[in-house]
Each structure stands twice: as C-alpha cells, then as structure tokens.
Ligand binder design. Structure first.
Ligand SMILES: *Cc1c(COP(=O)(O)O)cnc(C)c1O
Length: 493
C-alpha cells in the first residue's frame, strides 16, 4: 500500500517512508492510497483477542512492510506493563446507551500514549527498513499532552533525539511539570511565547525550511514529527475504535453489525479522524460527534462548511483542545474530495486569509457522518459534577466536554442511540478544574491538587502523577517564536 500527499504534489511513498518523513515535502499529510476493508469475520476474530493483538491486527492492514510477528512484538511492549490496566483501553459503561472508552491508562495518563507508546517503535523499525543512518530528530509542538507522551515514548530510543515546544501560557501546571522533569539523554523541552498555534506554526516553518534541513543533514540529523500529522500516530488510534466495538458486542450491549456513534473531544482532529477511518474500513460506526470547547471552529465548520480561524482564541479548562487550526482535517477533506489541488487551494486560503469555504457538496459529504457541538467551561464543570453525582464517575475536563455535547445532542433529538464517549485524560491531570467543578475550595496548586482530589473522591492518584512535585526540573528555558530554529540548531549541534 502506498501513501500519497493530501496536496498531491509529492511522490507516493511506502508506509515506513511516510512514518519517517512525518509530513510530505509539498506540505501535505500522508494518507493511504486506498482504505483497507474488513468483514464480519475479521471483527469476530478481533473479539477473541486482547488489546495488543487487536491493535497489531488493525495496524497490519495499513503497514504491509511489517510482518504480523513484528507488529505483535511492538504492540505487546507498547501496551504492556507501561499501562496500569491489562486491557490498555477499557470500556466503562455509564448507562444503558453510553459507554466511556478510557484511553488514559498509559504512562502519561492521556490518550496520546495510545499512539506514542507504539509510534517510536514503528519509526525505529522504519528507519532500519530504509537503511537510514542519520539520527531522527523529532520536533513536537504540544498543547500539553502530546509533549509528555512523545518524550516518554522516545526517551532513550536509540537513533532518535526529541525536542518539545509548548506554549508558555497554555498548559496546566501539572502538564508543565510532567514535561520539564522529563528524564532521558536524548530529550529537550522549551517553552514558546504565545499559544499552541504559535508553537505549531513555528514547528511547521522549521519543517518547511530546506536550507535548515540541509545544514542538519551535514551534521547527521534529519527532522521528523511525532505530532498527530504523522501517519504512525494516526494508525494506532484506529485500533481502539475496533476494540471498543468488540467489547460492546462481547458485553451484549450491541449486536454485531449494529451501528454505534462515537463522541470525541477534539482538538487537532486526529482522534476523531481515526474513527472515520475505522468506519470507512467497515466497522459499524454511526455518527462521529465532534465535541469542542469555546474554540468552536470545528462546530461552525461542520454546520456551515466554512473554516474560519479568525476569531478570539480562548484559554479554557480543556487546554488540549484549545486549537484553532485542526491539522488533520486536511486528511478528511482530501479523502472526501479526492483532489490534492482543491485541498492545496483550501490550505493556501487558510494561510493567506485564515479561512476557506468548502462549498455545498463537500459540506454535505462532511455532514453525512459528522455532527459538531461545543460547550463552555461552565457547562463542562456542571457536567463533571453531574457525572460524579449521578454515576459516581470522575471525568476530566476534556471528557466532560464530550459528555456535555452528547447530552445536548440527545436532548435536541429527544432520543438516545448507543454511543461511546472517548475519554482522553485522567481527571488527576486537571485537578484544579475538576476540584472546582466538584465544589471543593482549595489553596493548593500543582501536584498537591491531585492528592486533594484523591482525598475527596477516594480514588488513587495514578502512579505517573504521584510524586511529581519532588522531581528535579531539568528544563526551564523559554524562547520567542522566531528563535525556535536557533534553539533546534543548538540542540542538534
Ligand atoms: C490531544 C487531546 C485531545 C484532542 O485530540 P485530537 O486528536 O488533537 O483531536 C483531547 N483531549 C486530550 C486530553 C488530549 O490530550
């Protein structure tokens, strides 16, 4: 299977090459030339497997250069003892129609681990397959959770170095502490003045700078990405939609073949896009409900077909979704319209004017499967309190946004269809907002908030978050956006 660029101005490459490059030379994102199809027999077989083998089976459909044994070895380690739940992505049934898919049982307590405990291993195997001698230098722009998950995934992986940029004013204290205390010999962490989009734009510019790449090449380095634009990030995410569906069938909640909606707290559109791929492959996916916070650019896009980032940027209690440019949307647009030229046009308009209009046909194609919705911080807090009160379920702010959007949609429709809500972070990562939502008044800050939340709820602080306050801060530097290239050059010297 070959991978093509969404802007169709670069050559097609193999899966391993797409993973090594991260982004195509024409600035587009790699997508598989065709989407593999599965049948009921495949789904039934998955039902009998544990999470690791399910993931390996789904990955195998996209990564033909990897043998089944190779992939099973990768997922066995990737979803092994580093997860605090043997099933890696367990389903928690909230009520008759609603299940929560918990994607935060990995080493950094956020769903990014689902991809980033596997992707570095896919990358190093890809480097071997392509005879690459240079050091892969991973550049990451993070809105909080990706950075830590990428650092943890790449820490001391031979043949790689990793540098993470995070918005100085855009991550929680817990997220910052997780990153600046990161261990490992091949890692670096720098704050950038501005918000996530500033950091992401800065990283994209570095990737697009050919002179910069040539200078690095002379020193034995090449740049790659661990952001959700890398196909190696997206592919492992497809697996948990399959796994959740199998678990619903096994629990007798749905009949094999019956459609299930998925409600996804969305930022860069990677998580929800994986669900779209799963549906295209033949998993009975009903609607994909795209849940946003006050940065509701996707809600408006799905409703009206106009993507317009010219709007105030809000810092919300769900910071991993504080995004105005959702990079992975480009993949959906390409798959729906099939024209790299058209996609290039949209992206050119986005960088020139900050907006584009996909027109009625493409808008309808998006609306066939996607529904958008958003909620405010206040509504999110109400939802956290309601989930705790009514179900004894503790949700983080991102998950609560999705639950609230689903609740509002069901109220509008006056009916409930079976739905899986993707839960993307441990509530202990966002202790301040969660405690406030539960009505607990506290003077504590940082890691002490997790302890306080544990005391209030009787639930344990996840191991990776306990004791963060005592760890040594290794990285306390910040730069302006225009100084990001110099920081990279210094790290890779
Ligand atoms: C990254 C992240 C999201 C958004 O996922 P996308 O793939 O960027 O849409 C939502 N919630 C949490 C906790 C995250 O870390």
């Amino acid at each position: 299977m070959r991978y093509v660029s969404t802007r169709q101005a670069s050559e097609a490459v193999s899966a391993s090459q797409a993973i090594i490059r991260g982004i195509a030379p024409d600035g587009g994102l790699y997508v598989p030339e065709s989407i593999p199809a599965v049948d009921t027999a495949f789904l039934l077989a998955l039902c009998d497997m544990d999470y690791r083998d399910r993931a390996a089976a789904v990955l195998g459909l996209y990564l033909e250069e990897f043998t089944a044994e190779e992939l099973r070895a990768i997922t066995a380690v990737g979803y092994g003892g580093n997860f605090d739940d043997p099933h890696a992505a367990p389903l928690h049934q909230l009520d008759g129609d609603t299940a929560v898919l918990e994607l935060w049982h990995g080493p950094t307590c956020a769903f990014k681990d689902m991809a980033l405990q596997v992707m570095p291993r896919l990358l190093t195997a890809s480097l071997r397959k392509n005879g690459e001698q240079r050091t892969a230098s991973i550049l990451v722009a993070t809105s909080g959770d990706t950075g830590k998950a990428a650092l943890e995934g790449f820490k001391d992986v031979p043949g790689t170095r990793i540098m993470v940029f995070y918005p100085r004013d855009g991550v929680s204290q817990m997220q910052r502490l997780q990153m600046v205390t990161q261990e490992g010999e091949n890692v670096n962490v720098v704050a950038v003045e501005g918000n996530f989009d500033d950091a992401q734009t800065g990283v994209k510019r570095i990737f697009a700078d050919r002179e910069f790449a040539a200078a690095l090449d002379e020193r034995g380095y090449f740049l790659s990405s661990a952001n959700s634009i890398n196909w190696g990030r997206l592919a492992p995410q497809i697996a948990y939609y399959f796994s959740a569906y199998c678990d619903l069938v096994l629990a007798g909640r749905v009949q094999m073949g019956e459609k299930v909606d998925f409600c996804v707290p969305t930022g860069n559109f990677g998580d929800i896009l994986a669900g779209w791929y799963a549906g295209r492959m033949g998993l009975p996916v009903g609607r994909l409900i795209c849940a946003s916070n006050a940065n509701n650019v996707l809600t408006d896009f799905i409703a009206g077909g106009v993507y317009d980032k010219n709007r105030p940027f809000h810092q919300t209690s769900s910071p991993s979704m504080d995004i105005l440019v959702s990079s992975n949307l480009e993949r959906l647009l390409y798959c729906l319209c099939g024209s790299g030229e058209q996609v290039r046009g949209f992206m050119d308009q986005l960088s020139a004017a900050g907006r584009y209009d996909v027109g009625p046909d493409l808008r309808r194609a998006v609306q066939e499967q996607f529904v958008g919705g958003y909620c405010t911080d206040e509504q999110c807090a109400e939802q956290i309190a309601a989930l705790w009160r009514e179900h004894g379920y503790l949700a983080d702010t991102h998950t609560a946004v999705a639950c609230r959007v689903l609740k509002d949609l069901r109220a509008r429709e006056g009916a409930a269809r079976p739905c899986v809500v993707l839960s993307t972070a441990s509530p202990f990562k966002f202790g301040a907002a969660v405690l406030a939502a539960l009505g607990v008044v506290t003077d504590e800050t940082g890691p002490a908030l997790a302890e306080e939340l544990a005391a209030f709820t009787g639930l344990p602080v996840p191991k990776p978050l306990a004791g963060l306050g005592e760890k040594k801060v290794r990285f306390d530097r910040w730069v302006a956006r225009e100084d990001m290239p110099a920081a990279v050059a210094e790290f890779l010297s």
